[in-house]
Design a protein around this ligand. Sequence first.
Ligand SMILES: NC(=O)c1ccc[n+]([C@@H]2O[C@H](COP(=O)([O-])OP(=O)(O)OC[C@H]3O[C@@H](n4cnc5c(N)ncnc54)[C@H](O)[C@@H]3O)[C@@H](O)[C@H]2O)c1
Length: 732
Amino acid sequence: MSTHPLSHTNPILQVDDKGVAWITFDDPERKVNVLNKQVLTRLSEHLVELRNLALQSRVHVVVLWSAKSGFVAGADLAVIEAIEDPAEGAEGARFGQRIFRSLREVGVPTVAAVHGICLGGGVEIALACSHRVASDSPSTKMGLPEVLLGILPAWGGTTRLPRLIGVRRALDLLLSGRQVSSSAARRMGLVDEVVPADLFREKVAAFAAEAAANSAEKRGARRPFLKRLMDDTLPGRRWGLSIANRVVLFMAKKRVMAQTGGHYPAPLKILEVVGRSANKPLAKAFEFEAKAAGELVATSVSKNLIHVFHLREEARKQTGVDDETVEPGRVEYLAVLGAGVMGGGIAQLAAYRGVHVRMKDIRHDAVTSGLQHARKLFTGLVKRRKLQRREADQRMTLISGGLGYDGFLRQDLVVEAVVEKLDIKRIVLRETEDVVRKGCILATNTSSLSVNEMASALARPENFVGMHFFNPVHRMPLVEVVRGARTSDYAVATTYALALALGKVPVVTNDGPGFLVNRILGPYLNEAGFLLADGASVEAIDSAAKKFGMPMGPLRLLDEVGVDISRHAGQSLHEALGDRLSPSPPLVALADSGRLGKKGGLGFYRYESGKEKGPDPEIYAVLSRSVPPARVALEEREIRGRLVLAMVNEAARALEAGIVQRASDVDLAMIMGTGFPPFRGGLLRFADTIHNRTILSRLKELEERHGARFAPADLIHRLARENRGFYESFPG
Ligand SMILES: NC(=O)c1ccc[n+]([C@@H]2O[C@H](COP(=O)([O-])OP(=O)(O)OC[C@H]3O[C@@H](n4cnc5c(N)ncnc54)[C@H](O)[C@@H]3O)[C@@H](O)[C@H]2O)c1
């Protein structure tokens, strides 16, 4: 192809001898293309130039594509983050909208050629083009993740998407932020054609040539510029008036409210904009979109969600150790000791991600049920169309199981998930150490035992680390990577990298009772028991926590985890941390009653076939020794304050004890491990909005009324005295 380079700054414009203008995104400073003012201004200059070339019939079609492995990853987040003023936010939206609209004013077809990741502003460029084509590469993914950052697609995306693919499908993408493959994008009408990735340029050129030919044919003579401009301001398809679409919007709003409790303004705004702009001229619809974006971008919810996004991204880029020279080992062969609830889950996840897994148990039936558990999870994925049957079968063949140590010499890492008994774990680990190669990492999935105490049984404690998954393994995103006193950087980095490869969010902690998340949850769950003892009802306690934004209340969570497991975890914390963790009498009474929680069909709630059927009316009779005969109406604020401050106080103690070094570790772990509400930005980011002076005085009040368990941590005294926040004092 002979080309005339017309410009060298990103994006680059070249026109070939067939009259195809290629606009190539290629940010010289980053791995991915992002859109900022400079890039958009350059794009706009190209479009003005192209309009002239089109008028002179020197350009017949424009292709927008990328020289990188991805198309465009979206707008520059740093810019969005810095906006505090809604008017400024709306202006930023109008700026992008104007430029993207000019894609339709060039006078010739515009083709977005998408290969690799195409998110947010990238999709909005594609939507503004007259044609869209995507490569069949598995890396090609399209999505509008704005809602996950508390905003909406404001460069025309919220307006154009329903007009292109219909309201129902558009809302699915806009409200979930999910990414779709090119074949799914084709099915929903988001792209016109999918072409082979290995012949991408040729196929795109052919597609563009055809688009140019069709458009010339259709138009006969070129439409006058004013007419084209008019077309763009005419109403879109008349979807807005249909009753079916009103129902779709109504139902979507109901779902959003049920899922978010109204805590997230972005999905509601998206519904409002889509509803209001129905049947309106584009110019009006864009204005709704811009104003809504301005309002959203300035909210604290959006700032918090962007904060959480950064935390996740940072975790993804790190190795888990400070020493940058440490190279993590690659785990291709993984063994799992114990084929129970956790072992089976870990094995399935690893096989799903392409790792060879060997499960070892001491009972045949356990191995069989571990394999069955994995098979069931794969079948679920097939049913939900996340995997094809053939792929599921293939991955299932990666898992094998048995009672012996055969094949252990080739293992890169072994995760121990046998019963929670220190002496058994020490024996099993010692035995395993003898049958693996020297460099193999041994990891324990214990949730309450000391990594250091296990390490002391080993000849190579440097290769030993905690790898604490949460239950259910396939759903819970957090893995605590626990560094023992003698654990090497290599062991931490290898385990951290494995957690990432399994699609998890790792947080490195030091060894200590309950590590990080269970330690902070302990006082919270226990406080729910004390609230019951003070006469609060099950509903009042759980609803206060849910209104704060927790995915479920503490009593419902105790049922979910299992009353027996919670009791055991509570006892370990009590033994290790002392009286402030003395189990509350109602929790002891519940455990004594023999109720198991959800798995047994009865806990604080009743369950039928695994479905919750509301609080059990008998529960107060069951707990009668520890709760008053009649319910007392405690204020929601009081309940919430006690639950949340119990967590903040314990988090402060965990920081003090050096379990983690950064406030952000606490926040990421609590969000990923307990579902702590992301819109609050994390436990300590939330605490920082109340300030440590207020926290101190509230804790002192609670200590006076309810006893020493609320005694403020020394760290809180210190931070209150210095008038400093957690993030300020534990940055990074
Ligand atoms: N269940 C949870 O919610 C949860 C969450 C996080 C961590 N954990 C931890 O994971 C570990 C396993 O828990 P689980 O719930 O899967 O238990 P489980 O009882 O379901 O499974 C334990 C399995 O280990 C097997 N086993 C016992 N001794 C063995 C040995 N010497 N060698 C090989 N296998 C042996 C048992 O036969 C059983 O199949 C525990 O340390 C637990 O604390 C559990």
